[in-house]
Design a protein around this ligand. Structure first.
Ligand code: GLU
Length: 464
């Protein structure tokens, strides 16, 4: 097999959508797994709709996701001169021609065709024109599309595709201002960049026959095509912002890990038995675009959260602490971090919820859950007073197990039920039910801070 060269070719009209990242990932995996190349081309010929901001956002998303591309980014907006020479080439070889039909004439033709219940299409009137061109009309350039037969190709996902030539007219490849059209530049670039495999959304399926006509006009070898079905929401409709699906960097802000996003995306439209967790190495080893599903896949947010929790859980704590810095999480001593992080990992499915859990422990409560507080034992304050006196003397260690046996001992000595002492302490230290274990909280907060919180609570109780 020839060396695989794939590309991702976004139009920079806004942020990089999560569905776009999936397409990029499929191309990336296929190229990287086969020792091939993965190229990035920015399709920014529509100068009015494209922005440099959007291009930056795409590149930033790639960096975040860890998808590296080969060579320099190719910008279509910088290749207008090149496209001109290729258009000229087709004009000279008579595979394309100038069409002088004015907008009014074209509108009149369309109206006529609609009246006769015909599909609107250009009527080839300038295809073999040899006369004197009409004055004052800036011509467009049209390609000579085949007049009969079929345009055929085998799609790696959809199988054999055949389109009757009658369905495609001599479409425009250069507008009257000389700028090239979309299908022309895509085909020319894919050929010049040596793309062997085009993996893209199936919303582009109708463009492929037109691009094949361009390939054929130049005698370029056709790439293999894979048209990936789209991602649907839980109602079976096209995924939209309302489904929580949005720009890749929004997922970063919501506290998703790139590994979780890539794992989630690779499973949208592809599977390997019932395996759900894929490291990048496994994706590289196992992914095959020929196995992509021919029916649409469904976006499932719960699954994404589940995967994210998995990757948070197995992430090295030092690395996790670094990432959490972006979410306002301050650094802890190693021993405290090794107590708090495992406890929070079990409860967090995003970095945002991790940071929230972290702050709930590290920031002293500003209020107490009333429902919890009124259920506490009548002697709660007394116990806490005693405990604090003992705490003062106790040799405290950053070890939840030692703290636990210490508390059991204390409860026994003072004839307090441990099941009543723990909620009392929880209320004083954290202000609410749920969250990490009391002994973990005591270990992480340390004697001083724990006592400060307990005394604050005692004062609060006494003032009520
Ligand atoms: N620029 C197109 C888009 O953003 C993709 C074209 C292609 O992959 O061929 O949808």
């Amino acid at each position: 097999m020839d060396k695989i060269v794939t590309r991702f070719a976004p139009s920079p009209t806004g942020y990089l959508h999560i569905g776009g990242l999936r397409t990029a990932l499929f191309n990336y995996l296929y190229a990287r797994a086969n020792g091939g190349k993965f190229l990035l081309r920015i399709e920014d010929t529509d100068l009015a709709r494209n922005s440099m901001e959007a291009t930056k956002a795409i590149i930033e998303s790639f960096e975040w996701a860890g998808l590296d591309y080969d060579g320099e980014v190719v910008y279509q907006s910088q290749r207008f001169d090149l496209y001109k020479t290729y258009i000229q080439q087709l004009l000279e070889s008579k595979k394309a021609y100038y069409c002088y039909m004015s907008k009014e004439e074209l509108d009149a033709l369309r109206k006529e065709q609609e009246k006769n219940k015909q599909t609107p299409r250009y009527d080839n009137r300038y295809r073999d024109f040899t006369g004197i061109p009409p004055q004052g009309v800036q011509p467009v350039v049209r390609i000579k599309a085949p007049l009969e037969g079929n345009i055929e190709f085998v799609d790696g996902i959809k199988g054999q595709i055949s389109i009757n030539a009658k369905e495609i007219d001599d479409f425009i490849i250069a507008r009257s201002d000389g700028t090239p059209t979309y299908n022309f530049v895509v085909a020319v670039d894919d050929a010049l960049m040596g793309i062997t495999d085009v993996i893209r959304g199936d919303d582009h399926l109708s463009n492929t026959p037109k691009q094949i006509i361009i390939y054929n006009a130049f005698g370029f070898a056709l790439p293999r095509f894979f048209h990936v079905p789209m991602i649907l929401n839980s109602q079976g409709k096209k995924l939209s912002k309302r489904d929580g699906a949005m720009g890749v960097m929004d997922y970063a802000k919501m506290g998703y890990l790139p590994k979780a996003i890539l794992n989630f995306l690779v499973r949208l439209g592809w599977s390997y038995g019932d395996k759900e967790i894929f490291s990048l190495e496994e994706m590289l080893e196992l992914f095959n675009p020929n196995e992509l599903n021919s029916s649409p896949s469904a976006y499932n947010e719960d699954k994404l959260l589940w995967l994210n929790q998995h990757y948070i859980k197995y992430m090295d704590n030092t690395l996790l602490e670094q990432l959490l810095g972006h979410f306002g999480v301050t650094k802890l001593s190693e021993s405290k971090r090794e107590i708090l992080y495992p406890a929070l990992k079990d409860r967090s499915n995003t970095l945002v919820s991790f940071a929230q859990g972290f702050n709930e422990v590290m920031n002293a409560p500003c209020s107490y859950d009333e429902k919890m507080r009124i259920k506490l034992d009548a002697n709660a304050t007394q116990w806490l007073n005693k405990l604090c006196k003992n705490l003062n003397m106790a040799s405290w260690e950053d070890n939840p197990n030692i703290i636990e046996s210490y508390l059991h001992q204390f409860a026994l000595e003072h004839q307090i039920k441990i099941g009543k002492l723990m909620p009392t302490l929880r209320c004083a230290l954290l202000g609410k039910s749920g969250g990490i274990g009391v002994c973990e909280a005591l270990a992480v907060l340390g004697v001083e801070e724990s006592m400060r919180r307990i005394y604050t609570f005692i004062r609060y109780q006494n003032n009520i």
